[in-house]
Design a protein around this ligand. Structure first.
Ligand code: SF4
Length: 453
């Protein structure tokens, strides 16, 4: 699993509720709209810095649809669909590389295969995926950090061997819970023995960094069962661990979950978060963000927790987004299975990938918000001088009300007065409340007006 997306927001989020939305990219795709005059990619990328791009390839297939997931992915693939999808990916890669032009150096600083589940593809299909990244886009996969998402059932030895040989430096596996009843409650049924076997295969493949995703806040989860999952994960000494709070989102398998009141569920999640954080800190991990923990001494594998505020991103595949300094763009977005199938079918039938069709401008005020938001949500915080150098203003001048409110709630170190704007432990715990409060009114309105489909 990769980062789950936030649910659309109410126009004004209630201050202090700890779980409004996971802000891993700003603005969220629910704020994107069809672009009235789709701009040519060549014009969009002209003049952009292209010597340290991120490359993301999206594979929108999974074996099952987990109950908490609203990512852009479908269950299974009928005969030939993965081949047609890779054909389209290759056409898109060719068009995008052409659009990047040769007016300056083009190179990639990191790469990732996400989804969905990239290892839904067979070993030969994964070879082809790597070929597309290398031969069509010019990414040197063996020379840069390459992260790949996987699942217990699809992390087979032959697929992992391909990925390791082609340069994967990080494999991230969505386990969610080592307790069978909790996996069932999260609509992600799996046997612990199968999960442990998959982890063994990943370690055997000798990819340098293993990341394990776990979820807290599942129906019936207790401090004791949470501890069971944490310890089962720690037994593998993973270089990274992500602890995700459970969200219930429209149109997903858990959309009707009602066992606890909102307040009781918030308290359960906050308490399990604190338990998980303290447990990992006591076992040699450093906190990178609310969700991300890294074993001390492990080198970062690319941008931390989607924190790239400035570099360009090339996303390929029908669920991937791309970022220039002025526009974030992608294809249409949906959660409903029928809608997703339609969008994937349209993508595989597309010949012309030379224009951005769906997106949102991100210059001016939005760039400032994005920088502040994504830096502040990192445990290391944001040097005020970096913000000032980029935007020529102090973040306190740009966001006086928001930063004063965060300081008043005890969420900012030194009440936000120091040279480093950094969250306190309570601020980090409330990352999913704080982030949405920094959304612009226009983005908030677009998200609220978005109709889930
Ligand atoms: S494995 Fe589950 S969580 Fe991950 S993308 Fe597929 S459905 Fe979503």
């Amino acid at each position: 699993m990769s980062a789950p997306a936030p649910a659309p927001l109410a126009p004004t989020p209630p201050p202090g509720r700890p779980y409004s939305a996971y802000v891993y990219a700003y603005p969220h795709k629910t704020a994107y709209r069809p672009l009235p005059e789709p701009p040519a990619l060549r014009d969009l990328w002209h003049g952009e810095r292209k010597d340290a791009l991120s490359l993301y390839l999206h594979i929108p297939f999974c074996e099952v649809r987990c109950g908490f997931c609203n990512l852009f992915t479908r269950i299974g693939a009928p005969d030939g669909l993965t081949g047609r999808y890779l054909d389209a990916l290759e056409r898109q890669a060719t068009a995008v590389r052409d659009a990047l032009g040769d007016d300056g150096p083009v190179s990639f600083a990191n790469a990732a295969f996400g989804g969905g589940t990239p290892t839904f593809l067979t070993a030969p299909e994964l070879e082809r995926l790597c070929d597309i990244a290398e031969q069509r886009m010019g990414a040197d996969l063996r020379a840069v950090p390459l992260s790949v998402e996987t699942s217990p059932a699809t992390a087979t030895a032959d697929r992992l061997a391909v990925l390791a040989e082609r340069g994967a430096t990080r494999v991230s596996i969505g386990v969610q819970s080592f307790v069978a009843e909790e996996a069932r409650a999260a609509v992600r049924p799996q046997r612990r023995a199968d999960v442990e076997a998959a982890l063994g295969r990943i370690r055997d493949a000798r990819v340098p960094v293993l990341n394990i995703d776990l979820i807290y806040g599942i129906d019936g989860q207790t401090p004791a069962t949470w501890r069971t999952s944490l310890d089962a994960a720690l037994a593998w000494r993973p270089e990274e661990l992500y602890l995700y709070p459970l969200y219930v989102r429209p149109l997903t398998g858990l959309a009707r979950r009602t066992a606890l009141t909102d307040r009781a569920w918030d308290e359960q999640r906050l308490s399990l978060y604190r338990q998980g954080r303290d447990h990992l800190l006591a076992h040699g991990y450093e906190q990178v963000s609310m969700r991300m923990f890294r074993l001390a001494g492990t080198a970062p594998q690319g941008p931390d927790d989607h924190a790239c505020q400035t570099d360009g991103m090339i996303g390929l595949g029908c669920g991937a987004r791309s970022y220039t300094s002025a526009l974030h763009y992608s294809f249409d977005y949906a959660v409903d299975m029928g809608e997703i199938r339609g969008i994937i079918d349209d993508y595989t039938a597309t010949d012309d990938f030379t224009r951005a069709v769906h997106g949102r401008p991100t210059n001016g005020d939005e760039a400032r918000r994005r920088h502040l938001l994504q830096s502040l949500l990192q445990a290391q915080g944001m040097p005020v001088a970096d913000y000032r150098e980029r935007f020529g203003a102090d973040p306190h001048e740009d966001f006086p009300a928001e930063l004063a409110a965060f300081a008043a709630r005890g969420w900012l170190d030194q009440d936000g007065t120091g040279p480093l704007l950094r969250l306190t432990p309570e601020g980090l715990a409330h990352s999913d409340a704080l982030g949405p409060e920094l959304f612009s009114p226009a983005v908030r309105a677009a998200m609220a007006a978005y109709e889930a489909k």
